[in-house]
Design a protein around this ligand. Structure first.
Ligand SMILES: [Ca+2]
Length: 609
């Protein structure tokens, strides 16, 4: 069994073993003979003979019901098909924000345990807030390498200090993808930028300007396409050069984070699709989300935030959402290219694909205020053009490469490269249907994400809906499980914090998941604990004022009726657990919640031991 198991770790299904020692061949033959006469052993460990390739796809700033198979009207046939032939999770969680989610996903830890408890800049000087992933955590690529995997990163990174992502002088490269175990990467080091000229781009350890990138010169550069194209190339190259090894690929799209940038042909598809306004679209989504089985009567539709009757510039608002939908649509087309490549290489059935989103729909108002008096594109460039070789280091460029000034504010129709606009709070509320709140908060609108899992040779019953509570931390545990890898207790001489999640493999195999502990949330002081059917949650100010909200998620997942007053003991118990976790997980000392956990927590902890 040992030899069979070990062989398996280097032999995904369909790959051939090129050289075998004669004795190993004999042992394998004998094992095979024994196993073939003993179906019980096969039944016990059916996957010992193969490990999957793993493709994680992360989308940016999207709500629970944006994609088609979660209730949205946005056309996402590829994701819908992955779900129809795989599994979709209805109660999966992220952390509510870009970089903490990425730090958590990539390491299997809670964000503060990695050092990236908030963002990639700031002067907090506490262990949970060092603005980058630290030395006491390891990434997927570092964990899977000893198990025989090659690893690739494509897209947004956002787990390094902003100074290191911006500084072209002499920055530290220690948290760039290559130094974090990835064999190849095409990466935007920081958090956001133009889709036509993204900032802080790097290929492997070299900074690049996409305009002067000899390795990739499409007719029209668009970041979403560049990500999809690089994923295809890496898969094909891997198959040509390393077909004896499995691979891990982390594809981090920036769709549909602001700015609302999309290609004209994709925007055209959505012209008129949102004319009914916020409330009608939310109602339609709510109905469809129920039909497709991702919510039920336990999730009432929360009140619509935006009032369509009071919208002054409807044409502009509609255009914002049309472009947003086009961005998601284009990402789905790109995922289609990746899936098509896996199928073309005949490895799709042995590839574990997970799709998820990093936080809920984003209510930030970026670019929704005018910058100067310009509202329309100028007839000709008014600024000196940039050189192709100039590195783009601006999140919000002042101009396009060919010299058009950037325009923002109400009435500026988003989509092209010289615009920079977010779709705003009221569409974010539509994205997060049926839930309330947004990115930044840890109510369901901020932290609930679709999780679609595809693995034709690993999912027992396809097309199902998994209602188990899950969190980003489980993805590492799942990958370690399937890869037969060991999560290290030490790396490069530093102790490594144990991974926090549980493998989701039992769910894929039609068995019961035993989690055994709650999942926790903390972002900018907004705090929550989900334990079975109960969720205790509070915004920052309410944590400080000790006004926590309690919800029964089996009766009220939309968090409409606060039951805290009727359950004082449950509230106290869950709060104690949250404070204990927060203390252990480096949430404290916190610039948001103070130097030490609240006094009452200390009192309760002393009482309870
Ligand atoms: Ca995000």
């Amino acid at each position: 069994m040992l030899i069979a198991t070990k062989t398996a770790h280097f032999r995904p299904n369909g790959f051939t073993i090129h050289v075998l020692h004669p004795i190993a061949t004999l042992v394998l033959f004998l094992c095979g003979t024994i196993l073939s006469t003993c179906p019980y052993i096969y039944a016990l460990e059916p996957d010992n003979r193969r490990v999957p390739n793993i493709v994680l796809i992360l989308a940016d700033d999207m709500g629970f019901s944006d994609i088609g198979c979660y209730g949205g009207e946005i056309e996402t046939p590829v994701l819908d098909s992955l779900a129809a032939n795989g599994l979709k999770f209805t109660q999966f969680y992220n952390t509510g924000r870009c970089c903490p989610t990425r730090a958590s996903l990539m390491t299997g830890l809670y964000p503060h345990q990695t050092g990236l408890g908030h963002m990639t800049s700031g002067k907090y000087l506490a262990p949970g807030y060092v603005n980058a992933i630290g030395e006491n955590c390891v990434t997927f690529a570092q964990v899977l390498k000893p198990a025989g995997y090659r690893s690739y990163h494509i897209g947004k990174w956002h787990v390094i200090n902003e100074k290191d992502s911006q500084d072209t002088g002499n920055p530290s490269f220690q948290n760039w993808p290559r130094q974090r175990g990835f064999d190849r990467n095409y990466t935007m080091l920081s958090g956001a930028g133009s889709f036509y000229d993204p900032k802080t781009m790097a290929r492997d350890n070299t900074r690049i300007s996409v305009a002067a990138d000899k390795d990739y010169q499409p007719e029209q550069y668009y970041f979403t396409d560049a990500i999809s194209d690089h994923a295809m190339t890496y898969i094909k190259d891997h198959r040509r050069q390393h077909s004896d090894k499995p691979f891990f690929m982390y594809v981090a799209y920036t769709a549909a984070h602001w700015p609302m940038h999309a290609l004209p042909e994709d925007i055209a598809k959505y012209k008129g699709r949102y004319d009914a306004g916020f409330d009608k679209i939310r109602q339609a989504r709510y109905k469809k989300a129920k039909q497709v089985g991702v919510i039920g009567d336990e999730s009432p539709l929360t009140p619509t935030v935006g009032d369509w009757n009071n919208v002054k510039n409807r044409e502009w608002e509609l255009r914002c959402m049309e472009v947003y939908a086009a961005m998601v649509d284009r990402m789905d087309q790109g995922i289609g290219k990746i899936v098509g490549t896996l199928k073309g290489e005949e490895i799709f059935d042995d590839t574990l694909i997970c799709f998820m989103q990093d936080n809920g729909g984003c209510a930030e108002g970026r670019g929704r205020q005018a910058r100067g008096n310009l509202k329309v594109r100028q007839r000709k460039p008014t600024l000196p053009p940039m050189k192709d070789t100039d590195l783009q280091m601006e999140m919000i460029p002042k101009q396009t490469r060919d010299g058009y000034p950037l325009i923002m504010g109400p009435g500026v129709m988003p989509g092209p490269a010289d615009t920079y606009i977010a779709y705003g709070r009221d569409w974010a509320n539509v994205s997060n249907t049926p839930f309330r709140e947004y990115k930044h908060w840890v109510h369901e609108g901020g932290v609930a994400t679709p999780l679609i899992v595809s693995y034709p040779n690993g999912i027992r019953k396809s097309g199902g809906v998994a209602k188990d509570v899950g969190h980003l931390i489980d993805i590492m545990a799942t990958c370690v499980d399937y890869a037969g890898a060991n999560y290290p207790s030490e790396h490069a001489g530093k102790p490594i914090t144990p991974m926090q999640g549980v493998s989701l493999r039992p769910i894929l195999e039609g068995k019961q998941l035993k989690r055994g502990k709650p999942v926790f949330f903390a972002h900018e002081g907004n705090s929550a604990i989900r334990e079975g059917r109960w969720k205790l949650v509070a915004k920052k100010n309410d944590v400080q004022a000790d006004r926590w909200e309690l919800y029964d998620m089996e009766a009220d997942r939309s968090e409409t009726t606060n039951l805290a007053a009727g359950h004082p003991e449950r509230v106290a118990d869950m709060k104690t657990r949250w404070y204990r976790w927060a203390q252990d997980a480096q949430v404290f000392p916190s610039v948001f919640l103070g130097e030490t956990p609240a006094e009452e927590y200390h009192a309760m902890r002393t009482q309870q031991g």
